[in-house]
Design a protein around this ligand. Structure first.
Ligand code: NIG
Ligand code: FE
Length: 392
């Protein structure tokens, strides 16, 4: 199947210098999709001759096309929600890691089919908003059986599955955190590793210490999983340095980074994944992305969809906040939500519109990607292709 998308007013290719600061945009452009992959990118004039060989020609009508969003951080397999907790927070209550435990009870009580239906619903809403690649973490089971169910269900829908048994210490292990880490790094890891690509830990006051986090990550690495880390969400800590030392693909949150953290990240291959939905819905201060990018850090944006700290699944929303409140340019924010997410997942087949990449594209109801921040809250996704197939 060959599809030609032509008359694209603004095409964000990300096929240039990293970070959205380079020549990554073509005007009056066209893209040829062949068998699920990008086969050709060029000018609409140059595409005229290709039209004859295409099975379908799509006229973009001068609108903008961007790569499908790569959402590199989500927690989509869980039961219940925490709307009342959110309401209390908006009335002044502080966010704390312990809220995770109430979702654990609801998740353990849910059947596989209930969790699966919920998960598929989230994926549908994400696709409709332009997200074509998604990473999914476990972490609301916190016992062997439920964690295994969560990674198994996640693996039904994405290869980017993260084992996060070390999300928080469950109530039944209160005051026995090290024993819980024994379980996570032993039998639970044995059960979950076959379904997972990544190992993650919440390295934070109220969750796991840096020593416990090191144990979790090293055990996962020994089982062939690659590390990523939740850190510096609620205050400064040592999780960033640990992530860099262990060569993590990404450290996520980074709301409170020290100068030493910034220097370590800038000198590393570890991506910093910022999660604006968390600051939005916990009323924490937004990180200064301008300072972080200018320091040389590779920044990704993700939604962190979860029932506690960030229940949005909208990458356009995250882009709007990153531009409005974190000092990113629209070009940087779109790069971070596409190519940046791909870097955070160490993927070299998504996030870029260039020959050989997967044909994951979003046609916007807008002449330029700037509208993603300029028109917050407005559904601007006209059409989505995943692997060359129109899905929305
Ligand atoms: O990424 N930081 C830890 N985990 C989630 C929050 C989970 C929850 O509150 O349920 C996060 O923000
Ligand atoms: Fe998270």
């Amino acid at each position: 199947m060959r599809t030609l998308i032509t008359n694209i007013g603004e095409l964000t290719t990300n096929d240039g210098p990293a970070g959205g600061r380079g020549a990554d945009v073509l005007h009056d452009a066209a893209v040829l999709i062949d068998d699920g992959l990008i086969a050709w990118v060029g000018s609409a004039d140059g595409a005229a001759a290709l039209g004859a060989s295409a099975d379908e020609v799509v006229d973009a009508g001068g609108r903008a096309v961007i790569p499908g969003f790569v959402d590199s951080h989500s927690h989509l397999v869980f039961g219940g929600d925490r709307a009342a907790e959110f309401e209390a927070r908006m009335a002044g209550q502080k966010y704390a890691a312990g809220g995770i435990r109430s979702t654990v009870a609801a998740t353990r009580a849910a059947t596989d089919d209930e969790l699966r239906a919920r998960l598929r619903g989230f994926l549908d809403e994400m696709l409709a908003q332009g997200t074509t690649t998604v990473e999914i973490k476990s972490g609301y089971g916190l016992d062997l059986e439920t964690e295994e169910r969560l990674v198994r269900l996640a693996a039904e829908v994405t290869p980017e599955v993260t084992f996060l048994g070390a999300h928080v210490v469950p109530a039944e292990y209160a005051d026995r955190a090290d024993e819980y880490v024994d379980l996570v790094t032993g039998p639970m890891l044995d059960a979950c590793a076959p379904h997972s690509r990544w190992i993650d830990v919440f390295c934070e006051t109220g969750a796991f210490t840096v020593a416990q986090s090191r144990r979790v990550l090293e055990a996962g690495i020994a089982r062939g999983l690659a590390p990523r880390v939740h850190a510096s969400q609620l205050g400064p800590g040592e999780g960033v340095q640990l992530a860099v030392e262990l060569g993590a693909a990404s450290i996520d949150h980074g709301t409170y980074l020290t100068d030493a953290d910034v220097a370590a990240l800038a000198a590393s291959d570890t991506v910093l994944t910022l999660l604006p939905g968390v600051e939005f819905s916990t009323r924490q201060p937004y990180p200064d992305a301008r300072r972080l990018i200018d320091a040389g850090i590779t920044v990704a944006l993700a939604c962190d969809t979860n029932p506690g700290s960030s229940f949005t699944s909208s990458m356009p929303f995250c882009i709007a906040v990153a531009v409005r409140d974190m000092g990113m340019t629209p070009a940087e924010a779109v790069w971070a939500a596409t190519a940046g997410g791909a870097r955070a997942l160490r993927r070299d087949d998504v996030g870029v519109i260039a020959p050989g990449y997967r044909a994951d594209l979003v046609l916007l109801t807008a002449p330029t990607r700037i509208h993603l921040a300029y028109r917050p809250g407005v559904p601007l996704v006209a059409r989505v292709w995943k692997d060359g197939v129109p899905v929305s």
